[in-house]
Design a binder for this molecule. Structure first.
Ligand code: MEV
Length: 310
């Protein structure tokens, strides 16, 4: 038996724009998906999914999970027909769209297989394999989710088209306290990303302007994070939410939770991840975390996660 994990993640700035090479900032959160692996009793890689999840999430993604495992399999150089494995997924990460659940599962599965067969794969290799697995869920993912899931901590990420993606580690002056709140709506990232692609093609000028704004915003956000200017970070999150609304990936439920967080005194709030449902994230003062989490539940959140980012 061998056990392995992948972190859940929160995108603080730049989701969707990151697919096109604009930098983005994400963080791993302490809630993880854990994979336990042992010998299987039928050829191949069998997955038993015991993760806690929003209703319908696992059913909606079952086919993609199978496809994802199929995409990762060849990278290990193991004949799973001869050496079958059974991987049980669990852990504390509550799975819903927007928290990197698919990436966390890919990373945990890759680490479990590496550990079980003593392959000694580096984090870089695990990240690359998880990226292949993510393709089943996100189509042509930027790679930010699997990167945050592999390494944890704060990640400044750039998808490059002519060379490997780059990751930097900005250092926070002070820890950040966030609440992630789920709308309970499961949306496929692939669908949200494809919608942006189509609208961008239909309105190139509008989108060029929005992409410029997004790029400038992430640069300002990085500076504010490194300077420990939480007020500015919050204001930029609000601005980022506005941009995501304009590219059509927010929804009434996400906007409602963002408004509720702001009314309850959050420093800033935005949707996070693929959108059209899934999670939002609010930056809050440490002493307000419990209270605002409760307010978000009252406002309709089906699940909340309180996290500290360092
Ligand atoms: C999803 O968590 C983040 C997106 O930007 C897609 C991606 O980066 O691959 C929407």
């Amino acid at each position: 038996m061998s056990e392995a994990y992948g972190y859940g993640k929160v995108i603080l700035f730049g989701e969707h724009f990151v697919v096109y090479g604009i930098p983005a900032i994400a963080a791993g959160i302490s809630k993880k998906t854990v994979a336990t692996i042992g010998a299987g009793d039928k050829p191949g890689i069998e997955i038993v999914d015991n993760r806690p999840a929003v209703e319908g999430y696992k059913e909606k993604y079952a086919e993609q999970q199978e496809e994802s495992v199929g995409l990762m399999g060849p990278a290990f150089g193991v004949d799973f027909g001869e050496k079958p494995v059974k991987i049980t997924l669990g852990g504390e990460l509550f799975c819903a769209s927007g928290v990197g659940a698919s990436a966390a599962s890919c990373v945990a599965i890759a680490r479990a297989i590496s550990g079980y067969f003593r392959l000694g794969l580096s984090d870089e290799k695990i990240n690359a394999i998880a990226y292949e697995g993510e393709k089943a869920y996100a189509g042509n993912p930027s790679g930010i989710d699997n990167t945050a899931s592999t390494y944890g901590g704060l990640v400044y990420f750039v998808k490059n088209f002519d060379r490997p993606n780059t990751m930097e580690r900005p250092v926070l002056k002070a820890p950040l306290y966030v609440i992630m709140a789920s709308t309970g709506i499961t949306t496929k990232t692939k669908v949200a990303v494809e919608g942006v692609r189509q609208r961008k093609e239909q309105e190139p000028e509008k989108y060029a302007g929005l992409f410029k704004e997004a790029e400038a915003l992430v640069a300002e956000a990085r500076k504010a994070l490194e300077e420990g200017n939480a007020g500015e970070v919050g204001a930029l999150m609000a601005k980022n939410h506005g941009l995501l609304q304009q590219i059509g990936v927010s929804c009434e439920e996400l906007d409602g939770l963002v408004d509720a967080a702001n009314s309850a005194g959050a420093v800033g709030a935005k949707m996070t991840g693929g959108g059209m449902g899934g999670y939002m994230v609010a930056l809050v003062r440490q002493e307000d975390q419990d209270r605002i989490s409760d307010e978000l539940t009252r406002a309709g959140a089906t699940h909340t996660i309180k996290a500290e980012i360092r």
